[in-house]
Design a protein around this ligand. Structure first.
Ligand code: SF4
Length: 347
């Protein structure tokens, strides 16, 4: 078993006492695991031979390993991470003028089959453990320092997988990332993005989470949304809207609605009008995301002109709208492009 399955101070306390070691060893061990990010038990230099031998005989430390790294001309860096069982997930470092953002994965593959997304064409293989999510952030954090001499400022759960279908591990990873013993990052710097599982959005509200939440909306019309996101069939727009309102009421945080403009599908003024209607009673901002076509998807990005009209329609009605330009497109690191090459070429 990976030691990090039970690596809170009280659990480590029980562990060290069970072999007759003094209580302060639990704190030392905790620091090696979470703060110093030791790669192996023998690296934990001050623990003493007896404890290290016990750890080696009874536990593993399955840190993720770098499998592949690709740097985009725009500075974005995509990482393939190998997990202990050989599975691979992807994470991305996105440097902009004011931010260093890590985009990380929560599952190996995805079960939700969104039609515009490369990951949606892979099968779901398994959920990530919270420490596998944490490892991605830690790795990307170090690379931000190494390549850009800048600290990580933001984390987005927008890589492979649907975070709310790996609910407990995702929340546990955020607890660790934000705890002083972990990275001590402010929760407001973290955004969990979901394709829309209404009952889990309500649950986030009930737990009064402190991080940001984004819904990948992409259409404010049930027929269109179901066409590109089959999850909409069980989570209609009306149900999602109620769930968002519950989340906002409980957390006091407005949400972000992500909207990719697909040419001649959801980029007309009538689509903007539907989006505006959906937003009534939902304190939110809208992120228009530039689409990066993937070879097996029929969709293409809208034109600059139509995007401008769409944005203007909403802004004239008082909405906050940001446009998120594509990053890392040349290395398939952009939104919707994350998929393991081998899987996509097998199709
Ligand atoms: S967009 Fe997200 S939820 Fe949809 S298939 Fe891709 S990874 Fe899964």
């Amino acid at each position: 078993m990976d030691l990090r399955q039970q690596a809170d101070i009280p659990q480590l306390d029980v562990l060290v006492k069970s072999i007759g070691e003094p209580a302060f060893r639990a704190r030392q061990l905790h620091e090696w695991i979470w703060h110093k990010q030791a790669d192996s038990f023998p690296d934990m230099k001050n623990l003493g031979k007896k404890l290290i031998t016990h750890l080696e005989e009874n536990y593993t430390l399955n840190k993720i390993k770098i499998h592949q790294e690709q740097r985009s001309a725009d500075g974005t860096v995509k990482f393939g991470f190998e997990l202990f069982d050989g599975n691979i997930v992807e994470g991305v470092l996105i440097p902009t003028e004011n931010r260093m953002t890590a985009c990380i994965s929560s599952q190996v593959g995805c079960s939700l089959t969104c039609k515009f997304c490369a990951t949606g064409y892979m099968d779901l293989k398994r959920n990530l453990q919270f420490y596998e999510i944490y490892d991605q952030v830690e790795f990307i954090r170090r690379k931000a320092m190494e390549y850009y001499q800048a600290p990580l400022t933001n984390i987005v759960y927008m890589g492979m997988g649907e975070p709310l279908l790996n609910y407990r591990q995702v929340l546990q990873s955020i607890e660790k990332i934000t705890s002083p013993e972990g990275m001590g990052m402010a929760p407001k710097r973290i955004t969990v993005s979901s394709a829309g599982i209404a009952k889990m959005i309500r649950r986030l509200g009930d737990e009064e989470v402190k991080f940001e939440f984004a819904l990948s909306l992409h259409a404010a019309n049930d027929a269109k949304r179901s066409e590109i996101m089959p999850i909409n069939e069980q989570n209609s727009l009306a149900v999602l809207k109620e769930a968002l309102q519950h989340f906002i009421a409980k957390t006091g945080t407005r949400v972000t609605l992500e909207y990719i403009l697909f040419q001649d599908f959801n980029d007309g003024l009538e689509d903007a009008a539907e989006l505006f209607l959906f937003c009534q009673g939902v304190p939110c901002k809208i992120n228009i995301i530039e689409y990066n076509p993937v070879s097996f998807s029929p969709f293409v990005n809208t034109s600059g002109n139509r995007m401008y009209r769409f944005k203007e329609y909403l802004e004239e009605r008082g909405m906050i709208v940001n446009v998120r330009r594509s990053r890392g497109r040349d290395v398939d690191a952009a939104c919707g492009q994350l998929a393991i090459r081998q899987d996509s070429s097998e199709r």
